[in-house]
Design a binder for this molecule. Structure first.
Ligand SMILES: C[S@@+](CC[C@H](N)C(=O)[O-])C[C@H]1O[C@@H](n2cnc3c(N)ncnc32)[C@H](O)[C@@H]1O
Length: 277
């Protein structure tokens, strides 16, 4: 089978399995099987795959047919300027979370050595991206999952970026003093998760996806550790920006506002802590 035929065959199998973007995923998998990049695939579309490459590709396609996320199969995923290791211990970092980082960077602009805390760091995506893009930032990150922290620490090692990771449950409160607290907490309800795509429902860790009340708990805990004038930035579920904004106002945050993700939905809520404790 040639490279071009292999892409077509993989695309057909993935489409039959209900994968949302079968062509793109097929290109990634063929690229991985032949040790090439997705974009370089078509340099030689008529080349035959070796037996080893064909059986490697079949194994990859079988995994994707089972709706394992492409990111877990590839073992890495791009987030802002970073390539992060990801597996079943962590949520796959999403494009909307890149917008959360963007907003954090805007709020940190001009601060020399700001202290930043990422609550529920998962792969370390937010924490590592902020440390990467705001030189001098002193970034700490917590997660309740020891497995996620193993991945996050590995990502810090591979990227050479310094973040202080700690295993901690945010419901036990927070300690320290931070200029910015950021979180993309679990916010899918137990009923909702059953209606989501298999990639999310069956493969991503439930501790990372399902959670009710986390957003509110984090907002309350952050109020205990934010310095005067410090900011809280939260990724919120689609349709929840207003409710979360009201929670922040009730807790005493000021300048509460929401911002849009790349598809124009309000998915980022922020507030400024300006009360003396
Ligand atoms: C939606 S994922 C976000 C991961 C990463 N920050 C990202 O944006 O890709 C939520 C993370 O919160 C962590 N988490 C869930 N409950 C927690 C708790 N009570 N305290 C601290 N972390 C928690 C999960 O383990 C998971 O890694």
């Amino acid at each position: 089978m040639t490279i071009g035929e292999a892409v077509g065959e993989a695309e057909r199998r993935l489409a039959a399995a209900g994968v949302a973007s079968p062509r793109v995923d097929a290109e990634w998998l063929v690229g991985r099987a032949i040790g090439s990049t997705r974009t370089a695939l078509y340099a030689d579309p008529g080349r035959d795959l070796s037996d080893t490459e064909s059986s490697e590709l079949d194994g990859l396609v079988v995994r994707r047919e089972a709706r394992e996320p492409l990111a877990y199969i590839l073992g890495e995923w791009g987030f802002r300027r970073l390539m992060l290791k990801v597996d079943q211990r962590v949520l796959v970092p999403r494009p909307e979370t890149e917008v959360v980082v963007e907003r954090c960077l805007e709020l940190l602009r001009g601060l020399d050595r700001p202290a930043v805390l990422d609550v529920g760091t998962g792969s370390g995506a937010i924490a590592l991206a902020i440390a990467d893009e705001h030189p001098g930032a002193r970034v700490a990150a917590i997660d309740v999952s020891s497995g996620a922290l193993e991945v996050a620490r590995e990502n810090a090692r591979v990227t050479g970026i310094e973040v202080a990771f700690a295993e901690h449950d945010v419901s036990d409160g927070l300690e320290g003093a931070y200029d910015l607290v950021v979180s993309n907490p679990p916010y899918v309800t137990a009923e909702e998760i059953e209606t989501l795509e298999p990639e999310v429902r069956d493969w991503e860790p439930r501790v990372a996806t399902v959670g009710e009340g986390h957003t509110e708990a984090i907002a309350a805990a952050a109020a205990q550790v934010l310095v005067l004038g410090g900011h809280l930035v939260l990724e919120v579920a689609d349709g929840r920006a207003k409710v979360v904004s009201d929670v922040l106002r009730r807790l005493g945050y000021e300048e509460v506002r929401s911002g849009e993700d790349l598809t124009g939905r309000d998915r980022v809520v922020e507030g400024r802590w300006s009360s003396a404790r």
